[in-house]
Design a protein around this ligand. Structure first.
Ligand SMILES: C[S@@+](CC[C@H](N)C(=O)[O-])C[C@H]1O[C@@H](n2cnc3c(N)ncnc32)[C@H](O)[C@@H]1O
Length: 217
């Protein structure tokens, strides 16, 4: 009897999540309108921290919601693994001066030389990256020593009831959108070889601004 080879689990999961973002790309901005009212207050806080002249990597640029806050005096390369999300970022990138360079790329296998960037930024991305430790290790590899990682992420709450509800709802969020709502991204950042410098709670203990740098040890 012919049997099909077992799928490479990592590739299979990555393809599945990528497909979920492709599937929702056309309605993503509309669907996110209510939450964006809060996120648009937080995004500039992250981008305002980038020193002039930096080489910046934006991971998971999506439909390009951050582009309006890209500072003018830095060079930005922005990647995403969903062709349809990335296509939506193109008009936004063309309206910005200077436009970021956009590339279709998986954060778990970045096609850049080591130590190519001064700053790496991601907003609401490591909830979805199938293997977030692998993705963040890649980010660490392409950051120069002393470079900075700036994240805006929603994570699992430590409030007992809230955290439990997030666990229960996670399969629905993952199935519909491709995002996990119960990850501990601060721990993941540490596991990937970063030294966490700052964690600021922006909404309860769920939305966090995380600042880290590659560990030296
Ligand atoms: C929730 S959206 C956030 C988009 C954007 N950063 C924002 O703030 O609106 C998550 C994005 O991360 C991208 N993404 C998830 N995993 C990725 C990976 N492994 N490599 C590249 N992009 C990824 C998705 O395709 C999607 O566009």
């Amino acid at each position: 009897m012919a049997t099909s080879p077992p799928p490479n689990t990592q590739e299979h999961t990555t393809g599945m999540i990528q497909h979920r973002y492709d599937r929702q790309a056309a309605i993503y901005d509309l669907f996110e309108t209510p939450t964006e009212l809060a996120w648009r207050r937080w995004r500039p806080r992250l981008w305002g921290r980038i020193p002039p002249g930096s080489r910046v990597l934006e991971v998971g640029v999506g439909t390009g919601k951050n582009i309006r806050w890209h500072p003018p005096e830095v060079s930005i390369t922005a990647v995403d693994f969903s062709p349809k999300m990335l296509a939506r970022a193109v008009p936004r990138s063309r309206q910005h001066d200077p436009p970021p360079e956009l590339a279709l790329m998986d954060a778990q296998a970045l096609g850049f030389a080591s130590e190519s960037f001064d700053v790496a930024v991601a907003t609401c991305v490591f909830c979805s990256v199938p293997d977030p430790v692998r993705g963040l290790r890649e980010v660490r590899r392409v950051l120069r020593p002393g470079g900075q990682l700036l994240l805006l992420e929603h994570v699992r709450s430590n409030l007992p009831v809230v955290g439990r509800v997030m666990d229960l709802c996670n399969p629905v969020a993952l199935g519909l959108q491709g995002a996990n709502i119960n990850r501990n991204t601060v721990e993941t950042v540490k596991r990937a070889g970063f030294h966490v410098l700052e964690v600021e709670d922006l909404f309860l203990d769920i939305v966090k601004l995380i600042v880290a740098e590659p560990s030296t040890s």
